[in-house]
Unconditional design. Structure first.
Length: 368
């Protein structure tokens, strides 16, 4: 049975870690009202190696058997040698290009990626208790002070409930000391030049095969352990957009990542880069900021956190956004146990809240 898509054709999606690594089933995802598809990846392919077509086609077949589409990848990770600008980067870029070509053959239309050195994202707590007994991901820069990266890794792994977390893959963490040594002396300008080198090689191919790339903001949007960050705010996005003038050189607007800095005007950012055709993916979640660089995630509802979900969804509607949206992270509620931030229940609630906002805005704006 073909699902009826939400008015004005935005696609509500749900991140799925695959049949081997996700306790949540595709049938459960299909049962979430308004859910159109999944966002997936090949988690068993080491970073830097070519992604083959066949396993992507297998995920597509699984999704379609459960009335879901599979058009979006998160993420084809960028090898650290590319970020570091080492001579070996050219081979890893060629591998990345071949992965894009293979992904396109499997019907992929959007690829999310990031350019964060070493850690894809950082939290100081994976199960911070809230007043109602739910637990959430949280970051407190006070808790980072005095710690080493190795301390941080140990704490994250001990509290991951046995799951591999995106960006914290074992093969990457084994090289932690070497990577930090390699990044010594690397500043934002240097990292930005390496991103430009990567994009100038990759974006023409993405455009050729019909894939839109969406770079994910830094999470949190601040330097951690002295590592440079170059996707923190509107000014950083301006610089990236100017590197290659193409709709395939776009952004994943993650409201939780950007929203950790109260100075970021997210509806404005969506409208500005949406008018340029550069908003290719939306991660929509709420955060509660207690002081600069001290925040925790919360339920999606506007009044619970610091972000105005109505204005964010209205901005997406105003630019005629027709790409994938996902509710991103969620609380662990109702006794659920699983991958921190990626339970079923609260993400399903978040998806419904976002669909409700979209439908209400659609009705207000006169569309039926």
């Amino acid at each position: 049975m073909q699902k009826e898509q939400t008015s004005m054709s935005m696609r509500m999606t749900f991140r799925w870690y695959g049949e081997k690594d996700d306790k949540i089933t595709l049938q459960q995802i299909d049962q979430i009202p308004g859910m159109d598809g999944i966002v997936g990846a090949l988690f068993d392919i080491p970073v830097g190696e070519v992604w083959p077509v066949e396993p992507l086609l297998h995920i597509k077949k699984q999704a379609e058997a459960n009335n879901l589409v599979f058009k979006d990848l998160e993420s084809i990770n960028v090898h650290e040698d590319i970020k570091l600008g080492l001579p070996s980067r050219d081979q890893y870029i060629e591998n990345y290009i071949q992965s894009l070509r293979n992904a396109a053959k499997a019907g992929i239309e959007m690829v999310c990626y990031n350019f964060m050195p070493v850690f894809d994202w950082t939290r100081t707590e994976l199960a911070k208790p809230l007043y109602d007994g739910s637990t959430v991901l949280a970051y407190d820069y006070h808790m980072v002070a005095g710690k080493t990266p190795q301390d941080m890794v140990k704490e994250v792994l001990e509290n991951s409930n046995g799951y591999v977390l995106p960006g914290w893959e074992p093969e990457r963490l084994k090289e932690l000391t070497r990577l930090f040594e390699a990044y010594e002396g690397m500043d934002e300008d240097g990292l930005r030049k390496n991103l430009e080198y990567f994009l100038k090689a990759v974006i023409p191919v993405a455009e050729e095969v019909g894939i839109k790339m969406g770079i994910h903001p830094d999470d949190p949007p601040i330097s951690v352990f002295g590592l440079p960050r170059i996707v923190k705010n509107e000014s950083d996005l301006d610089k990236i957009a100017a590197m290659v003038d193409s709709p395939s050189n776009g952004f994943t607007i993650c409201t939780g990542s950007l929203g950790a800095n109260r100075q970021n005007d997210i509806p404005h950012i969506i409208r500005k880069f949406g008018k340029m055709g550069r908003v290719n993916f939306l991660h929509i979640r709420n955060v509660q900021v207690h002081e600069p660089w001290v925040f925790n995630e919360v339920a999606h509802k506007s009044q619970i956190g610091n972000l105005d979900m109505f204005e964010i969804v209205k901005a997406a509607y105003d630019i005629g956004f027709d790409g994938p949206i996902r509710p991103d992270h969620g609380r662990m509620i109702w006794g659920e146990e699983g991958r921190p931030g990626y339970g079923l229940y609260d993400r399903a609630l978040g998806a419904n809240y976002l669909c409700g906002l979209w439908d209400a805005i659609n009705r207000i704006c006169g569309q039926k």
